[in-house]
Design a protein around this ligand. Structure first.
Ligand SMILES: Cc1ncc(COP(=O)(O)O)c(C=O)c1O
Length: 343
């Protein structure tokens, strides 16, 4: 029986069309800028996000770090949410590799940062302090339940950043989930940001890669940072070919993931022993709390019942709907959790 893998949308496998495009991709050495497929992907990504240029990177983590390195000097400070992926899950790369100091502001439960707190976190011009250089936001917000930052919030955050002399970087790993859920052009969400990173390898189902977009000058600096990080790839068009299809064929289908997430949340809300955080998940993530018992034992029982769930710390769990979830998979997952709880 098929293993139901709800740990993340990163587990998606490429479509048949992607595999074919990868096999047939026109290639060159991208370190020389000679890979036509990579160049096409970068141009397409820039056009879709409304930026001047794009840079293909192997991962979202590298895209965020290259962005931070391109925006900041050593000793500069970045304002970042306490629940941000960049702060929690990227191995401290900004500090370890960039000498960049994170200035942490608490995330509200809907993924926003309180903009008055952001204003207050900016350092005065004084030699005792690091220089505040950058504000980072995450949209959709992973640990905040796949929350969407609205166009008006994005605009207010961009206006504030620029008023304060900061740049705004958007970790838009799942920005297309936000634009599809809201029914708005993604540019409405990326417009206020000076740079945006989004992932091809999550709900968009490409096997590898993310794209960082911004102004031409910014991308020149990010390109150097990517090189420093060892992210210059050669015939990367085999990967970019799948990325192009991710952007041209897989965006609209994110709606299915959101519909399945709502179905999952509703079903799980009727299961005794767990508490679903949101009955109306905004995008493709459903978080719940195990009310009692060992989290490890629960996860193992789910696994025995053929279901993989994501662990989000303590008794908190995450299930993500994605391209590989279809048919009655959601119903089977709910049954597996019920079985695991009654075992
Ligand atoms: C919000 C967010 N940003 C960045 C990343 C990093 O992406 P990658 O796993 O490709 O490094 C992730 C990965 O899950 C993410 O959820």
């Amino acid at each position: 029986m098929k293993l139901l893998d709800f740990r993340s949308d990163t587990v998606t496998l490429p479509s048949e069309a992607m595999r074919k495009a990868m096999a047939e991709a026109e290639l060159g050495d991208d370190v020389y800028g000679d890979d036509p497929t990579v160049n096409r992907l970068q141009d397409l990504a820039a056009e879709m996000t409304g930026k001047e240029a794009g840079l293909f990177v192997p991962s979202g983590t590298m895209g965020n770090l290259a962005a931070l390195l391109a925006h900041c000097q050593r000793g500069d400070e970045v304002i970042v949410g306490d629940q941000a992926h960049t702060y929690i899950f990227e191995a401290g790369g900004m500090a370890a590799l960039g000498g960049i100091h994170p200035r942490v502001v608490k995330n509200l439960s809907d993924g926003r940062l309180d903009l008055e707190e952001v204003r207050a976190a900016v350092r005065p011009d004084d030699a005792h302090f690091p220089v505040t250089r950058l504000l980072t936001l995450e949209n959709t917000h992973n640990r905040c339940g796949g929350a969407i930052l609205s166009p008006s919030y994005m605009k207010a955050a961009g206006d504030l950043a620029h008023e304060l002399g900061l740049q705004l970087h958007l970790d838009g790993a799942r920005i297309f989930n936000a634009s599809v859920a809201l029914g708005v052009d993604v540019k409405v969400l990326t417009g206020p940001a000076d740079s945006v990173m989004f992932c091809l390898s999550k709900g968009l189902a490409a096997p590898v890669g993310s794209v960082l977009c911004g102004s031409k000058d910014f991308i020149l600096r990010a390109h150097r940072a990517r090189k420093q990080l060892g992210g210059g790839m050669r015939q990367a068009g085999v990967l970019a070919a799948a990325g192009i299809l991710a952007l041209t064929q897989m965006v609209e289908r994110l709606d299915d993931d959101h519909r399945q997430a709502r179905q999952l949340a509703k079903g799980l809300s009727e299961v005794a022993g767990i508490q679903v955080e949101s009955l109306e998940p905004p995008t493709n993530m459903v978080y719940f709390q195990l009310m009692e018992g060992s989290a490890d034992a629960f996860r193992e029982r789910c696994k025995k019942a053929g279901l993989l769930v994501g662990v989000a710390g303590g008794s908190r769990f995450r299930m993500v709907t994605h391209y590989g979830i279809e048919g009655n998979d959601v119903k089977r997952a709910i049954d597996a959790i019920r079985d695991a709880l009654s075992a």
